[in-house]
Design a protein around this ligand. Structure first.
Ligand SMILES: CC(C)(COP(=O)(O)OP(=O)(O)OC[C@H]1O[C@@H](n2cnc3c(N)ncnc32)[C@H](O)[C@@H]1OP(=O)(O)O)[C@@H](O)C(=O)NCCC(=O)NCCS
Length: 255
């Protein structure tokens, strides 16, 4: 199948095309991070030049997006996960602090094109964009795709789990590591999702009759529910990765 990678804003995209791609790709509570919700439109607007699309004859088959941040290259200066990345991207933008790092925030593939190598192609397209914007590092606050099957396992342990062949147990982590990325450190708090008990019940399809800790579908960790306060809090972990940047590899790229 022939697939072209281009900027998402290279041409108009029907909302239905974008919705088809994200349908079923994310748990319903993914948008319940109030900090992210408050800045979401602005982030996507300011950095629209860092959104990519993969297009086949059938239409849009994958998208991904990234933001630029200033990072001094140390573990201590990494943004506070996914949410901290978006906050820093805007703070750097507003403060005229020249960014030096591309953060790949998300990628999603239509189920029909998964396991075809397109995911790695899309990641490489991001890595190739970086030098053209003066961004010398590429990092990822990874949302590991199999972690939801191990919601009780600390992220630091999970990140180190391997299969019999020595490769990472997590499929999405495996793809990045195979491309040459390295694990920087686990992210204990990448996002914090909050909502009322009824909201959590609608997002998860469960009922929460009493306060406590619950395993939820699609959750990389557990949900804490407080019925007296009428709230639920879910803290999503992740894994910081860094990709090597090969300067000049994208000479001739049309992106
Ligand atoms: C994450 C995502 C982009 C990866 O795309 P992909 O096409 O599956 O990636 P790859 O082809 O590189 O596959 C990676 C590995 O996962 C395996 N895999 C993919 N889908 C699988 C599935 N449903 N069940 C089991 N294994 C699966 C592949 O076989 C491959 O294994 P290998 O390393 O042994 O070869 C895609 O699954 C997706 O869009 N998911 C929904 C959105 C999401 O979670 N994005 C990531 C967070 S931003």
């Amino acid at each position: 199948m022939s697939v072209t990678i281009e900027r998402l804003n290279a041409r108009p995209r029907a909302d239905s095309e974008l919705a088809t791609l994200s349908d079923g790709a994310w748990p319903a509570f993914i948008s319940a991070d109030k900090t992210v919700a408050a800045i979401w439109d602005r982030v996507r607007g300011e950095f629209a030049h860092l959104e990519l699309a993969a297009v086949a004859a059938s239409g849009l088959v994958a998208t991904g997006w990234a933001v630029p941040v200033r990072w001094n290259g140390t573990l201590g200066d990494l943004p506070a996960g996914f949410t901290g990345t978006l906050l820093r991207a805007l703070a750097n933008f507003d403060g005229n602090a020249a960014p030096n790092t591309l953060v790949i925030c998300a990628a999603q593939l239509h189920p029909g094109v998964q396991r075809t190598g397109l995911a790695a192609r899309l990641l490489n397209a991001f890595i190739d964009l970086a030098p053209g914007y003066g961004l010398e590092s590429v990092i990822v606050p990874l949302r590991p795709t199999l972690k939801h099957r191990y919601p009780l396992t600390p992220i630091g342990s999970y990140a180190g789990w391997t299969r019999d062949d020595g490769q990472a147990l997590d499929p999405w982590l495996r793809t990045h590591l195979r491309m040459g990325a390295k694990v920087l450190c686990p992210i204990e708090v990448s996002q914090t999702m909050t909502g009322t008990v009824p909201e959590w019940e609608s997002w998860t399809g469960l009922v929460f009759p009493a306060s406590g800790t619950y395993v939820i579908d699609g959750g990389l960790a557990t949900l804490d529910v407080d019925t007296e306060q009428d709230n639920g809090t879910y803290v999503e972990p992740g894994i910081w990765l860094q990709h090597p940047v090969i300067s000049g590899r994208n000479v001739g790229s049309s992106l």
